[in-house]
Design a protein around this ligand. Structure first.
Ligand code: RM4
Ligand code: MN
Length: 392
């Protein structure tokens, strides 16, 4: 075998083990605060969302789990929902709590000045852990919209105390194999002070909680120019990276397809993952998408996103680690940079097509979806009823 063959084999082996979780809400209607454009064939309940997710997995081969959002995906019988997923070849993934859509949460959920509202919010988080027990989910993903709009509106420090208390109660309710993933976001809907605005705040709370609390990086939740791969490297080194909500941003939390806005950034992130040997399932990093497809067709957009993450990963795996280490050690700035750029500039599409063929998949999942007739079927079948969306 030539050196190139050895590399291709190594890259393919690593890619075979890669898993990307798709979000149930990406299959549903979504929009901005100005307008939600509905689409034909959109799922009307969690069962139909899971059916769509199963199609994405069947075509890409690497998206076997689907994240749920509660209450959007509330059902009477979660065991039945898990069975429905299993029948279609997928399983239920992270449970996302939602404490941002109730009138009571106007001034916050777990950090609200009113103890009654805080109780209600924590009860919801505990309910999510009950659901995890049923679905077999490992991860509870928490994102809080909590914050204030005006200086003086509430006590910033007291809100940190309230947050810590809520997280503690939730963390203590987790089973031994369950984890709490804490997500941060710079701003929106709070415009002055967000209670979990950055990775440092999330990390500090996770440290206080215990080893099963980890930080989630939503790629859209940073200020422009933030070096996200630095955060990845730091948290991996500290053993506190829980996972990603992948999506693209041009301006703020745009939730566009992963890899669409800045494929080079996605490559740099995936390089740190490869560098930290964190692609393996045992590393416990949940690679999730968190996206909304407001104007484009949803299922193909999700397929495209999964493929974009896979493509960035393939390039990251191509980085010649020995050559890079040698250049770094020698202080060869330009040489080291060239090693990284060589990998980034490689066309990995033929390798990925080969890999899919080896796995018994169509080498072009986008074309395979278009040919499959699935959209025509759901468009005809899913008439009547209430389409799922952010309010559902
Ligand atoms: C938030 C955050 C959460 C997601 C909601 C829908 O901005 O990214 O992860 O669940 O949006
Ligand atoms: Mn997110």
């Amino acid at each position: 075998m030539t050196r190139t063959d050895v590399t291709r084999d190594r890259v393919k082996r690593a890619l075979r083990a890669q898993r990307i979780e798709t979000p149930s809400w990406a299959y549903a209607n979504s929009g901005t605060r100005f307008k939600v454009f509905t689409q034909e064939g959109v799922p009307r309940d969690p069962y139909e969302k899971i059916a769509d997710a199963a199609v994405v997995h069947r075509l890409t081969g690497i998206a076997p789990t689907v994240a749920l959002h509660i209450p959007w995906d509330r059902v009477d019988d979660y065991t039945d929902l898990a069975r429905h997923a299993a029948d279609r070849g997928v399983t239920l993934g992270a449970i996302n709590a939602n404490v941002f859509q109730d009138d009571d949460y106007r001034l916050g959920s777990v950090t609200n000045p009113d103890p009654g509202v805080r109780r209600k919010a924590v009860d919801h988080l505990l309910e999510c852990v009950d659901i995890m027990d049923r679905t077999g989910s490992r991860d509870l993903k928490l994102w809080f919209s909590d914050g204030t709009n005006y200086p003086g509106q509430d006590d910033i420090r007291a809100r940190q105390d309230r947050l810590a208390v809520a997280l503690r109660e939730t963390y203590d309710r987790l089973g031994d194999n369950q984890r709490l993933l804490l997500e941060y976001k710079l701003f929106e809907p709070a415009f002055y002070a967000t209670d979990v605005p950055d990775w440092g705040t999330a990390y500090a709370h996770c440290l206080e909680l215990g080893p099963r609390a980890r930080v989630v990086i939503d790629t859209g939740h940073h200020a422009p120019g933030t070096n996200i791969e630095f955060i990845v490297a730091f948290l991996l080194r500290a053993g506190r990276l829980g996972g990603f909500d992948f999506n693209s941003r041009f301006y703020a939390d745009d939730d566009l397809m992963a890899g669409a806005a800045d494929p080079f950034q996605l490559f740099r992130i995936m390089y740190e993952i490869v560098r930290g040997d964190a692609l393996r399932a045992e590393a416990g990093i949940a690679f999730m998408l968190d996206q909304c497809h407001n104007v484009e067709a949803k299922i193909p957009a999700i397929i495209r996103s999964v493929l974009n993450v896979q493509e960035a990963t393939a390039k990251a795996l191509l980085v010649d680690a020995d050559a890079l280490a040698a250049a770094q050690q020698a202080g060869d700035v330009l040489g080291a940079n060239a090693v990284l750029m060589d990998a980034y500039n490689s066309d990995v599409r033929p390798l990925l097509a080969d890999l899919r063929t080896e796995l018994g998949l169509d080498p072009d999942p986008m074309a395979a979806y278009a040919r499959s007739g699935y959209f025509e079927r759901i468009r005809a079948e899913r008439v009547g009823g209430q389409q799922a969306g952010w309010g559902a």
